[in-house]
Design a protein. Structure first.
Lengths: 245, 234
């Protein structure tokens, strides 16, 4: 069995898609892509294509879910039927429900929920094309969509994963590395406050390897954060440059 | 006591704005002696106060605000109005009909679902929905004109310093413009052409609210459009 496995890192230390061990996939982020939503964002990270939309704060329906002292954040992570090679049933699966919860809990600490009691903020994350690391990309643009909607936040949240492939710690796993590799450590953090809001580990790592993976993830987060912030400001800066020159 | 940006720089949530003896103004928060932005906007340092002028936000009701809303529900003793805020507002029947009797008066004859009304917020705190009144001249059902919607945070920009922007718009176009604090604006003109012109100008102000020299550019645009309109008539 072990002999049949394909090599994930070649002799030169390059991975299946030609990246180095600590290299991110190419990332493109856009903000404000949907006109009907209060806030929205879109990301392409390697072959991942994900869109996020925020509505609210608005009245809670059904009514009994409303909390008297704070807003509720509702999150739906969903994969389109055509997002993976074999058609995925559009009904929410166990995995999607879990990721919805995980993403919600990664974003909740950043939002000032207590300022708008009895309301709901709805976040929809739709995966159009999946290639590993969608929860991290979902968190990254989820927080951008919240910021675009003008919802008061402590910080942006940015997420990135690291993992173990062919016995080595690598950054930002893609689908093949995620499925055939040995371990996966997704991390979400608030970069300015230096706080981690999500930390998971799937697979087996020694304590030293775990620490290395965590530090690599944080490094990846910092790099994505720069792109994330630039994308958020881009819309307004371009208008300003256009008319003031 | 350092500050980390210049006035009118665009900042994102979580950006560290200042450290030391500063006061946290709107759209910022304080963590120890550091002040961070909580919204995307333009930073404003004014002596000891650090604040952020948000680029996009939703309307939060405040007592005394003039608002434009849409009737979404007619109840036994009042109406439910959508005022473009996280909370829907209530307009009580007693406010409109002095000797109101639920058995006698048919409220849908006064304001029906879908009607737009101009009203003022008379009561609001975060534990209860806002309450509106129309007991003032000029308030009540909107019967003519056109309504445009902008981001509520850009209403102050539309009005301008001591009303400079809005007065310029009225002077240049000869229209009546009523600005709701919730981002809905009523335009009443002589003809549809002028209404189109005003809404164009308002959208331009919304788009370019964070730039300088805006009033002059809007005047220029209106004058050009007016010339074009005159030419078309000939």
């Amino acid at each position: 069995m072990k002999n049949e496995k394909r090599e994930l890192i070649d002799k030169d230390g390059l991975r299946v898609d030609g990246r180095k061990k600590d290299e991110l996939r190419p990332i493109k982020i856009m903000v404000g892509v949907l006109s009907n939503a209060d806030g929205s964002a879109y990301i392409e990270q390697g072959k991942n294509k994900i869109i996020a939309a925020v509505y609210g704060p608005r009245e809670v329906h059904p009514r009994h879910l409303a909390l008297p002292d704070r807003a509720i954040l509702r999150c739906r992570y969903h994969m389109a039927p055509f997002s993976v090679e074999e058609r995925k049933s559009p009904a929410p699966s166990r995995r999607e429900l879990e990721l919805s919860k995980v993403i919600r809990e990664a974003l909740e600490p950043t939002v000032f929920l207590e300022q708008y009691p009895r309301t709901a903020i709805d976040l929809f994350i739709e995966v159009l094309q999946a290639d590993g690391g969608t929860r991290c990309a979902g968190i990254t643009i989820g927080s951008l969509a919240l910021a675009d909607a003008g919802i008061p936040m402590r910080d942006l949240v940015v997420a990135c994963a690291a993992g173990k492939v062919d016995g080595q710690i690598v950054l930002d796993l893609n689908d093949i590395e995620d499925k055939e590799g040995e371990a996966d450590v997704p991390v979400a953090m608030m970069p300015n406050l230096n706080l981690i809001t999500l930390l998971q580990m799937d697979g087996l790592l020694t304590p030293e390897e775990f620490e290395e993976a965590l530090n690599l993830s944080i490094e990846g987060c910092r790099r994505i954060y720069a792109l994330q912030k630039k994308a958020l400001k881009e819309k307004y800066i371009s208008i300003r440059e256009e008319v003031e020159t | 006591m350092p500050i980390f940006f210049e006035n009118r720089d665009i900042v994102a949530p979580g950006d560290l704005l200042a450290e030391g003896e500063y006061i946290a103004g709107s759209n910022t928060y304080k963590e120890g002696n550091r002040i961070y932005a909580s919204r995307l906007g333009l930073v404003d340092y004014e002596e000891k106060r650090v604040s952020v002028v948000a680029l996009n936000a939703f309307y939060v009701p405040s007592v005394g605000d003039l608002v434009i809303g849409k009737v979404t529900e007619v109840n036994i003793n009042g109406w439910v109005i959508d005022i473009n805020a996280p909370y829907s507002a209530l307009l009580r029947a007693f406010d409109v009909i002095p000797k109101f009797k639920p058995q006698k008066n048919d409220l849908s004859k006064v304001f029906d679902i879908g009607d737009m009304i101009l009203a003022r917020v008379i009561a609001y705190d975060r534990t209860r929905d806002p309450i509106l009144t129309v007991r003032e001249p000029e308030l009540g059902k909107i019967t003519r004109g056109q309504i445009v919607k902008i981001t509520p945070t850009k209403v102050p920009r539309l009005i301008g310093r001591r009303g400079s922007m809005i007065n310029m718009l009225k002077r240049e176009t000869g229209c009546k413009i009523t600005v709701g604090q919730n981002g809905l604006i009523l335009i009443e003109c002589k003809g549809p052409e002028e209404e189109r012109l005003v809404s164009m100008a308002i959208y331009k102000i919304e788009q370019e609210a964070h730039t300088s020299g805006l009033t002059d550019r809007v005047v220029e645009m209106i004058r050009k459009e007016k010339e074009r309109m005159i030419k078309n008539e000939k």
